[in-house]
Ligand binder design. Structure first.
Ligand SMILES: Cc1cn([C@H]2C[C@H](O)[C@@H](COP(=O)(O)OP(=O)(O)OP(=O)(O)O)O2)c(=O)[nH]c1=O
Length: 218
């Protein structure tokens, strides 16, 4: 059985839409990383941290050691700097001003772990280009509340979809789980889709120029 170690509603929605039956378990971890760590190393570490915490909790709840626990972490990287979730509205505005007219990278670390000691963790990268944003539209977007629980202060699946000029790589990777990569991995772990649900998110972004699907990076 598949267990999602996450409190992100987006990750649960993506797995459900992917047709996977799963349980959800909380994975409260500190998201602090050592100063100067490479973003890809950091995002992978956090995904493992979440999966390990989730596994511990799941086994305490009486879960089977053969169950497969999934942890993930998403970060936005601009000029080699990590943009996490904004702590304040002002910080959200600053992040979006920095992203305006620029190309950035979204990294999602994905970790699969089981009680038998098996572990697989990778990082999937999507390149996102924003068009030039006006300060009025940034302010209006931040006032709408969408940025606050999201890396880089935006949600590509929401109103910020209109900020995006192009995307290269997996769209679902930006939203929190690279489903193309993940379904390959889950197959290798013996986890199959049982039903293919229709997409709940009407984003219209999969037709964007350069959409190629996710590519794992070492
Ligand atoms: C860039 C971007 C991020 N996000 C979200 C995905 C993640 O939920 C969030 C980044 O925070 P994460 O720390 O990756 O995840 P989380 O705290 O929401 O959930 P958990 O740790 O319990 O699994 O930003 C979007 O929903 N859309 C976007 O376009």
């Amino acid at each position: 059985m598949l267990v999602l170690a996450s409190s992100s509603p987006r990750r649960a929605t993506l797995l459900r839409e992917g047709g996977y039956p799963f349980a959800v378990v909380k994975a409260s971890v500190t998201e602090e990383l050592p100063e100067g760590i490479l973003p890809a190393t950091g995002v992978r570490q956090l995904a493992i941290r979440k999966a390990e915490a989730g596994l511990t909790h799941w086994l305490e709840l009486g879960g089977d050691s053969q169950d497969v626990v999934l942890g993930a972490d998403t970060m936005v990287v601009l000029d080699a700097q990590i943009l996490g979730k904004p702590a304040t509205l002002v910080e959200a505005e600053t992040m979006l001003t920095r992203l305006s007219g620029r190309t950035h990278v979204v990294l999602t670390g994905v970790a699969l772990i089981s009680g038998s000691g098996r572990l697989k963790a990778d990082v999937v990268e999507t390149v996102v280009q924003f068009r030039q944003l006006g300060s009025d539209e940034i302010q209006a977007y931040v006032a709408g509340g969408e940025p606050m629980d999201k890396a880089g202060a935006y949600g590509i699946q929401g109103e910020a979809g209109k900020f995006v000029a192009s995307i290269q790589g997996s769209l679902t990777n930006v939203i929190g789980l690279p489903m193309e990569y993940l379904s390959e991995q889950l197959k290798a772990w013996g986890i199959e889709q049982t039903n293919i649900a229709s997409r709940e998110v009407d984003d219209g972004l999969s037709t964007f120029e350069g959409f190629t699907g996710g590519t794992p990076t070492p």
